[in-house]
Design a protein around this ligand. Sequence first.
Ligand SMILES: [Ca+2]
Length: 279
Amino acid sequence: MPVIDDVSKSKPLTMESAFYKIIMLFSVSAVLLLNLSCSDKDKPSDIDYYTFEVINSYPHDKEAFTQGLIFGNGFLYESTGGYGRSSLRKTELQTGNRLQIREISDDFFAEGLTLYGGRLIQLTWRRKTGFVYDVNSFEILQTFNYQNEGWGITCDSEHLIISDGSSRLRFLNPRTFEQESSIQVLDDVGPVPGLNELEYINGRIYANVYPSDLIAQINPETGRMTAWIDLTGLLTPDDIRDGADVLNGIAYDKKNGRIFVTGKLWPKLFEIKLVKQNK
Ligand SMILES: [Ca+2]
């Protein structure tokens, strides 16, 4: 499990954090390379490998330090992090225009976001405090507590599913917020650390692996990975030079089967199609 310091999350553009990200990126890349190189030739891995095709790109607020992203009711809802600049916001897909925003208290570093039962549920990083909002008014209806750090959150029909930056995902009762079970996410060579922003898509959990361009696709019943999704190359070198940080946002439009991705301080949000690669 990686130890993530305050600097790396709250001040993403410092030299120290850049060095940290390089180390983490190397570690995550090593996981993938080990996955490929350690596979027994007689027993090929059952983990698929996908790249992507861009279907559409849309404007994204490049001041938004994206920590959670969902699509619902025809709109994007986003949670942005950082002390003193955390928010909950609703935006229009086509234009990126911000339609509604609620600033979060300076004491909280907002993290993942999901929509369950018509209520928005937002985690915070180290305060172990979650907020439940009315999806229309953004009024806080309830707060709750959970164990460990709060990173990503999504839901299936029965549970909230949360990450804490480790290889473990926890399943919470959506009414009592009590933890009911957990899984450790595993690929061919062992646990997969750094699980961050989440999205539940067609019976699989998708998880950004921090701080990389990789998304892990996970069987929620076993924790076994079913695919790696490599989004390297989504941004141009100019975008990266202009301050875009790591990939960190996955949203799913269930009605139309569209997958959207973006990242921290990214100028664009993409609709992508997954492209399966031959093994
Ligand atoms: Ca999401």
